[in-house]
Design a protein around this ligand. Structure first.
Ligand code: KG4
Ligand code: ZN
Length: 357
């Protein structure tokens, strides 16, 4: 049996410094040998969001020992690594530059190939880690910076079916949490507070629910939450607002996912009815339960990455590196950081005021 490739993945696009070693087993299934993540939540929580300069400084401080730890925990030696894959975008340029420069330098010193990775591609393929998943599939990518429905035809071939025209879903969760007095990143806390609240108490808007296909919009929702939050008097009000917000998101995703199913089926054989949900917000249990039920009703197979691989991590970066390594898709050492790098480069830019749907 030939020796399986060993890939080092490095991720520094936002506020997690992460490194991972991934290989594959004899059935071609990518296997995570180590997955080290250092979160900067404590650095940013006082500021209510990620401060790029502070994030970059923290990446610089930690990157050496995070990479060393990932190699040590994998049980392998640095010389055994076959290629180094770093996130090159999208993300904060000062943050991306840390992992990108580190990866290129290491590749150069070890005389191994370097592979520049799209962070979104990492999320898109993340359910392939430690399990079998065949192309094509419909993907809902919901994170702090992105919310998109994509038809994943193959590695490197993505067709965007819908996207947010303003805020990302994770951003909407975090902003709502901030208005309720919860420190950044408050998304996961909303889920906890919502358990104690009445989801029918506040009637919140569902922007573009009945137009724009499976495109999404959350900015109007945030404005409504802002108005109500000014009249919050006690904990129960807070719980009710968190529950009403989460219920509104469930209603929006239910309707938009039903539309996305139809769009996917138009462009794809009905045989591959697989629905993958990835990105940080995919950790939300209520969203998972609702989408699993919807899949059941529509004959789809639901696929979620394990909770620890939903948020930002380097295993998903090493995974894309592994897939590219197998087809010799290497990058040059002058590959730039790309703050904006859509998966579907042909899709129209649909963000900001004046977007026509
Ligand atoms: O994928 P991710 O780790 O980073 C980005 O690439 O953006 O996603 C982070 C986002 C944050 O906005 C966070 O609040 C949200 O995912 N998030 C959640 C939950 N866990 C994380 N949102 C709602 N419910 C959760 N349980
Ligand atoms: Zn991410």
């Amino acid at each position: 049996m030939s020796k399986k490739p060993l890939i080092l993945g490095i991720e520094t696009s936002c506020d997690e410094t992460a490194a991972s070693i991934v290989t594959e087993n004899e059935h071609g299934i990518p296997i995570v040998l180590s997955n080290v993540i250092s979160s900067q939540v404590d650095v940013h929580k006082e500021f209510g969001g990620v401060v790029p300069e502070l994030a970059a400084r923290s990446h610089i401080e930690k990157i050496d020992w995070i990479v060393q730890k990932a190699i040590r925990e994998s049980g392998k030696k640095i010389e055994e690594i076959n290629a180094i894959a770093s996130t090159a975008g999208p993300g904060l340029i000062v943050c991306l530059s840390v992992g990108l420069s580190f990866g290129k330098s290491l590749a150069s010193i070890l005389n191994k190939p370097f592979i520049a990775i799209n962070h979104l591609e990492g999320h898109a393929l993340s359910p392939k880690l430690n399990s079998k998943l065949n192309y094509p599939y419909l993907l809902l990518l919901i994170s702090g910076g992105h919310s998109q429905y994509l038809h994943v035809q193959n590695i490197g071939t993505y067709k965007r079916l819908g996207t947010t025209i303003d805020d990302a879903l994770g951003e909407a969760f975090d902003k709502t949490a901030k208005l309720l007095g919860i420190k950044f990143p408050g998304g996961p806390q909303i889920e906890i507070l919502a358990k104690k609240g009445n989801p029918k108490r506040f009637d919140l808007p569902k922007p573009i629910l009945n137009k724009g296909g499976c495109n999404l919009s959350f900015a109007g929702l945030k404005t409504a939450v802002l108005k109500i939050s000014k009249n919050i008097k006690n904990d129960q009000d807070k719980f009710d607002l968190a529950a009403s917000f989460q219920k509104t998101i469930l209603d929006i995703l239910l309707k938009k996912t039903t539309i996305a199913f139809k769009e996917y089926e138009k462009t794809n054989s009905k045989k591959n009815k697989i629905f993958v949900v990835a990105g940080g917000v995919a950790a939300n249990e209520q969203i998972r339960l609702m989408l699993i039920k919807l899949c059941d009703e529509n004959g789809y197979k639901p696929v979620f990455p394990p909770i620890n691989l939903c948020g930002d991590n380097a295993a998903m970066i090493a995974l894309v590196g592994l897939e590219k390594f197998k087809t010799n898709k290497f990058s040059s050492l002058d590959s730039p950081a790309k703050p904006r790098w859509p998966l579907d480069e042909k899709a129209e830019f649909l963000k900001g005021a004046g977007v026509k749907l």
